[in-house]
Design a protein around this ligand. Structure first.
Ligand SMILES: Nc1nc2c(ncn2[C@@H]2O[C@H](COP(=O)(O)OP(=O)(O)OP(=O)(O)O)[C@@H](O)[C@H]2O)c(=O)[nH]1
Ligand SMILES: [Mg+2]
Length: 199
């Protein structure tokens, strides 16, 4: 988080992270479409629509005095560009971890989750994370049970992690995820007294 008292702007960084092809770019596009800002995402893509470095866009909310500017990024899921993921995560305030709910890629999600943890080690407990079980539009026989994944990562041990279901391809659940991660981030800074309620 960055607080600019001159411009009266609070900046927050949210990153969509997750395994290759889980739906990170689809999620940010759906979110910006809901905000009516379809054209305002900057994407660095390869010729086959795979994210090369990141997608990036901003959303700003304001009251009479202050602006809340949310910088939103996606990481690339391609391991060839692995080094860019760490760069994109720098100074992140909250992570939306996009899961590919297909049974056949269960392990890919787990590897990506472990990679995320490896970047933060102990401080992972301080980073708000929202797990989005994406591709919920697919049939039951294709998807794994989200509870199995949550159990495997010891989800219940962490107060900073929450989960939701999404079908980014239809835009379903994407805004709820965004609201949830913002709530977790702002709650954290409120507790740390970096922000407060004006009475
Ligand atoms: N059925 C279904 N397909 C989805 C959903 N979200 C994304 N996809 C598809 O999954 C594929 C990958 O989506 P992307 O959004 O490009 O995935 P990504 O995570 O950004 O991929 P990389 O940037 O290459 O890591 C595309 O064919 C999408 O249409 C969803 O909710 N349901
Ligand atoms: Mg992408």
């Amino acid at each position: 988080m960055f607080i600019d008292h001159v411009d009266k702007t609070i900046s927050i960084k949210i990153v969509y992270f997750g395994p290759a092809l889980s739906g990170k770019t689809t999620s940010i596009k759906a979110l910006f479409s809901l905000f009516g800002k379809d054209e305002q995402i900057c994407s660095i893509e390869s010729t086959v629509d795979r994210t090369l470095f990141f997608d990036y866009g901003t959303v700003t909310f304001q009251n009479q005095d202050w602006h809340l500017k949310i910088h939103i990024y996606t990481t690339t899921g391609q391991d060839f560009y692995l080094i860019t993921r760490l760069t994109t995560l720098r100074a992140v305030d909250g992570v939306i971890f996009v899961i590919d709910s297909q049974k056949e890629v269960y392990d890919r999600n787990l590897i990506s989750w472990k990679e995320l943890f490896s970047y933060f080690t102990e401080s992972i407990k301080d980073i708000p994370i929202l797990i989005a079980f994406n591709k919920q539009d697919l049939g039951l026989e294709i998807k794994f049970n989200s509870e199995d994944f949550l159990k495997e990562i010891d989800f219940h041990r962490y107060k900073n992690i929450d989960s939701r279901y999404t079908s980014a391809i239809n835009g379903e659940g994407v805004l709820d995820c965004f609201e949830d991660i913002l709530r977790l981030v702002l709650k954290k800074y409120f507790r740390q007294k970096l922000i407060s309620v004006i009475t």
